[in-house]
Design a protein around this ligand. Structure first.
Ligand code: PLP
Length: 441
């Protein structure tokens, strides 16, 4: 598909999470995006089966967002975020707060999911310190968790390639829950697996080992996305909530992927009916039009930190671009679209059709598991014995060449389309996957 006439010098850019050498031999360059489709530099249309990187929930090129950003940059390109504010930073915080579970209405702005995660971990430590329990410094993550790439995020994260190079520099005082995925028990689950609630009991074991008085927070993705779509077993999140509450440990839901409609609700917390203490946000918050993120914090946690501080700055943390005017303009326009177009209800309404389409692949070649929730699906392939990940990588490339963008992690294909997707496009994604699987060894 690559046409060298359209390819600039590729040597200077060091690409993130990319096989740079292979990519540069066979580059895939995108030039335009509108609605459900990307257009490559060669002019080919590619159906976006992954909302970019799980982030363009309202579809590409929304004119309301483009206009809001353009207006803002002409009016005021930048405002310092420390000791000064601008009107939309407060308006955007109110708009985000309205979409969070009741009481989680204090909003700290960041620029990315990684920053939101590290911010949330710092807030947890600051909270315990403010209440006189500064010895609560331990953080508990989960195997196969992805929490971005900051040192905090990779320390609580549980994806070994993201950790091993930096293993000598990870945060101290970390432990991990086991992940909840076991193909012998929960393969081909539609929605939440019935088996696996007991994995939450492991938290009691970890608490018994370290003592609750040393533990600040537990952080999990309510539905793990990047590691290959791991749907929480029924009752599991409820149990984590009950155990953390019992021991005075904060519960952080990393909702960088799941918030803003992915499961057909404002947040996964709302979807599952489990309210954590902090929620990390990014991606869909601005429809990915401008980098943006946030942490939603229970008011009581915020108030405790503020009240314990001497006069002056209460929390020594923040970013030059926290609540950047372009980000807040994009957030306000995005959240308005979600509400006006009822996109989360739309996603909810499409979820059953999406589930059926995904599970039609259960008996497709190489497929060993299909799992799904809301508008997310994971299709796990049997790995090639000598080359784990190679089969899914080939599927990704072939789907792209046939005009459908999917994502892969290891040998798992992930689908997470914009919430504006039509039924015919759902069929096209899974139909293309099925055909491609027939051609891959
Ligand atoms: N947390 C979760 C759950 C994510 O899925 C991601 C990114 O995919 C991140 C954090 C990191 O976000 P970012 O890449 O914006 O730093």
């Amino acid at each position: 598909m690559t046409n060298t006439a359209h390819t600039p010098d590729l040597s200077n850019l060091w690409m993130p999470f990319t096989a740079n050498r292979q990519f540069k031999e066979h580059p895939r360059l995108l030039a335009k995006a509108k609605g459900m489709y990307y257009t490559t530099v060669e002019g080919e249309q590619v159906l976006d089966g992954t909302a970019g990187l799980w982030c363009v929930n309202a579809g590409h090129g929304r004119s309301e967002i483009i206009e809001a950003i353009s207006r803002q940059t002409a009016e005021m390109d930048y405002a310092p975020s420390f000791q000064l504010g601008h009107q939309d930073s407060f308006r955007a915080a109110s708009a985000v707060a309205k979409m969070m579970p009741a009481g989680m209405d204090r909003i700290f702005f960041t620029n990315s999911g990684s920053e939101s995660v590290d911010t949330s971990l710092k807030i947890a430590l600051a909270y315990h310190r403010a209440r006189g329990e500064g010895q609560r410094t331990r953080l508990i993550g989960r195997e196969r968790g992805y929490h971005g790439v900051g040192f905090g995020g990779i320390s609580v994260g549980g994806i070994s390639p993201n950790r091993k190079t930096f293993s000598g520099a990870l945060l101290p005082n970390i432990d991990h829950l086991p992940h909840t995925h076991d193909l012998s028990k929960n393969a081909h689950s539609r929605g939440q697996p019935a088996w696996g609630e007991h994995f939450a009991d492991e938290l009691e074991r970890i608490i018994a080992l370290h003592d609750a008085s040393t533990i600040a927070a537990v952080i999990v993705e309510p539905l793990a996305g990047s590691t290959g779509v791991l749907v929480p077993p029924k009752g599991y999140l409820e149990k984590l909530r009950a155990i953390t509450e019992k021991h005075g440990i904060l519960l952080i839901f990393d909702e960088v992927i799941t918030a803003f409609g992915r499961l057909g609700a404002n947040t996964a917390s709302e979807y599952f009916g489990v309210t954590p203490d902090l929620i990390t946000l990014a991606k869909g918050i601005s429809n990915a039009s401008v980098p943006a993120g946030a942490v939603a914090v229970k008011r009581q946690i915020h108030d405790t930190i503020l009240e314990a501080a001497a006069n002056g700055i209460e929390f020594f943390h923040g970013y030059t671009y926290s609540a950047h005017p372009l980000a807040t303009a994009a957030i306000l326009a995005t959240l308005e679209i979600y509400e006006r177009d009822q996109l989360f209800q739309r996603a909810h309404g499409l979820a059953a059709k999406f589930e059926d389409a995904a599970h039609s692949l259960e008996s497709a070649r190489h497929v060993i598991d299909v799992r799904n929730l809301g508008l997310v699906a994971g299709i796990e392939l049997a790995p090639r014995p000598d080359a784990p990940g190679a089969r899914a990588a080939e599927v990704f490339k072939k789907c792209f060449d046939q005009g459908v963008m999917v994502r892969y992690t290891g040998d798992i294909i992930a689908i997470s389309p914009p919430l504006i997707i039509e039924e015919s496009e759902i069929q096209k994604i899974f139909g293309t996957l099925e055909e491609v699987l027939k051609t891959v060894e």
